[in-house]
Design a protein around this ligand. Sequence first.
Ligand code: PLP
Length: 393
Amino acid sequence: MAISTKIQGFMNQSSWIRKMFEEGDNLKKQYGQEDVFDFSLGNPNVEPPLRFKELLRQVVDDAIPNKHGYMPNAGHVQTREAVAACLSRRQGVSLSSNNIVMTCGAGGALNVILKTLVDQGDEVVIPTPFFVEYRFYVDNAGGSAKLVKTEEDFSLDLNAMGEAISEKTKVVLINSPNNPTGKVYDAKSIGELAALLREKSRIYGKIIYLVSDEPYNDIVYNGLCVPNILAVCDNSIIVSSYSKSLSVPGERIGYLAVNSTVQDAEAVIDGAILCNRILGFVNAPSLMQRVIAGLQDVHVDVEEYRRKRDLLCDGLASLGYRFNRPEGAFYLFARSPIDDDVAFVGELIRERIITVPGSGFAGPGYFRIAYCVEDKTIINAMEGFRRALKRHA
Ligand code: PLP
């Protein structure tokens, strides 16, 4: 075999989103773009804010010495200062540029922090359903993923988390607003999780870090607030990006923020800077760093996604689908009307509706609908959703 057995295995495991995306592409070639309802990918369809384009033009035109050159591996100081100031204000903590490492998206940040913290054989505890790439990121760092169930409404199951954490645990990795469920963990559960990590760290005589993956932090609905991780959890690290908040996932710009209260914070930050380099990222894209420095409180029009969420949820609810209305991000994780979510997703494909089986996120019995699509895709898919459900009435 040309490729390693391990990667072949990963390709088989991770193939659901890719498979569904390719399925959609084939159908589009056959039936045309308009007649295929593709909800497979979390590729934002809302335009980046105007200010993003203005600043990008300005940065391109500005005469900045060594504009396209290498820089400190942590990133431009002015950018890190801007990120630190914004996070400090939002989280109610005190961070400086030294707490921030600019990265190639949240994916880059996750790989960097996991490589920094995880030793061979360490476990990373992850609530399910979860963003599938985590499993591979953890493996990249030599660790193994320990998956933990959540409650019926996808909130954290603190008892299950408590049972999953052991002397092998190095990191607990959470994601809120969540992909694929749209769940936002509330302040009470985050407080309890922080207390649990303190207790377990004491029992096992080692630090258990909380890594909070928050690329959807700005995409929440009805005035909901995402709890401030850094304010309540000492050994915490936020990873995030502008991929979704500014609709620029192809530009690969994100960061990680190490809480000032992390024990040996300086060593963790120095380690992350080294990992940014040796993982081959070297540094986050220079132009993008300069652009986002001026866009700390700017984000896409979240109202657009709220409208799409309601359009989809109201439509599916009236047909009889069952789900928890997403509180953030742009995914709906709906219950499959039959136990076999893969089979039901197959039935939707026959209606030219492309979704992703929940099994692909360790959430069997569900399917994920990414609603970052045009309104007409949602509206025109309803008839197919109705027919597919009716077969199981
Ligand atoms: N984390 C979650 C939960 C995601 O859904 C994604 C992308 O969809 C990422 C991380 C990666 O984001 P980025 O494009 O910023 O690397």
